[in-house]
Design a protein around this ligand. Structure first.
Ligand SMILES: [Zn+2]
Length: 305
């Protein structure tokens, strides 16, 4: 494979996620996971419990806890097809979110169309009850995060095979210092602009090379750049995080994004040699989140019928 993915897997592991990248293929064999022998044991990883939930609970919608440590009550599914979006990797069952996230994705799909984007390919949102996942992502736990592919929706309704196996497109050039001019288009800047300008959006994560391109292409309307942050991975998709909704008093916000557009020297760190070409340090064993490490209210979400 061209882009030395092993290196990035190490980086992603360090960032807290097991490998399951947006572009990783899914499966057509959607069989349930085997039951746990001791689900009630306090050492059972929370991801084994939440990863087995295929339906939401019936409680009113509420995002509970922090983006990387929490769960979701009253989750709703983004329909797998809309006029301006399609959900990818259906086998992952991650097209769930707080109703505000689902509304936002639908609104973004329409706004994107208006700036010339053919429609959204939607990657992972949350599990039906949120919580930690068996693969990928340390966040996406409270129903307020969504991954959107940098590949536009095709003009037909995709088959199950296409949704599971089509790869997203790598946007970053091989030297990792900029976007790949063979695939990057200005419409992608406009797509990120309309996403960031939506008032519910709190942060957007993209690869640093993509942020560099946005800084170059933004023109004079630049306030939205402050919400777009460089982060590891995110070469094939961008990650949108929305604010805690008003109906969710137990949702823990992040510090507000501020006004610094984060261009120029602010990006220097990301293009230093050790960051571009990291020498993998020994990977410390990841501490598994258990039910005790999540907000107490998540026990009720998990136990609900
Ligand atoms: Zn994400």
């Amino acid at each position: 494979m061209r882009f030395a993915p092993a290196r990035w897997l190490v980086v992603l592991l360090l960032a807290g996620g097991a490998p399951a990248l947006a572009q990783d293929p899914g499966t057509l064999e959607d069989k349930p996971l085997p039951p746990l022998l001791h689900p009630e044991s306090p050492s059972t990883p929370a991801r084994e419990l939440f990863g087995r939930k295929t339906k939401p609970d019936a409680a009113p919608a509420q995002a509970i806890g922090f983006y990387a440590s929490g769960c979701l009550a009253g989750g709703v599914a983004l329909p797998i097809d809309g006029a301006t979006w399609q959900v990818m990797r259906l086998s992952r069952h991650r097209n769930w979110g707080h109703p505000k996230l689902v509304e936002f994705v639908e609104r973004l799909a329409d706004n994107a169309k208006k700036v010339g984007w053919n429609g959204l390919l939607v990657g992972d949102m949350s599990q039906p009850r949120g919580g930690p996942m068996l693969t990928g992502h340390s966040s996406h736990q409270v129903g307020l995060d969504a991954d959107i592919w940098f590949t536009p929706m095709p003009d037909h309704v995709q088959s199950r095979e296409e949704r599971e196996f089509t790869s997203a497109t790598q946007m970053v050039a091989e030297d990792r210092r900029d976007v790949d001019p063979k695939v990057w288009t200005h419409t992608r800047t406009e797509l990120l602009r309309v996403a960031a300008q939506d008032p519910v959006v709190e942060r957007i994560f993209v690869n640093a090379a993509i942020k560099k391109a946005l800084c170059r292409e933004a023109g004079s309307d630049r306030g939205w750049l402050a919400k777009v942050r460089p982060w590891w991975g995110h070469d094939y998709h961008f990650h949108i995080r929305i604010y805690c909704p008003a109906d969710s008093p137990q949702c823990k916000p992040q510090p507000p994004p501020g006004n610094d557009e984060g261009c120029g020297h602010a990006l220097d760190y990301w293009f230093t040699e050790p960051v571009l070409h990291p020498v993998p340090p020994p990977v410390p064993p990841k501490r598994q989140q258990t039910m005790a490490s999540l907000p107490a209210a998540c026990r009720k979400v998990l136990a609900a019928p």
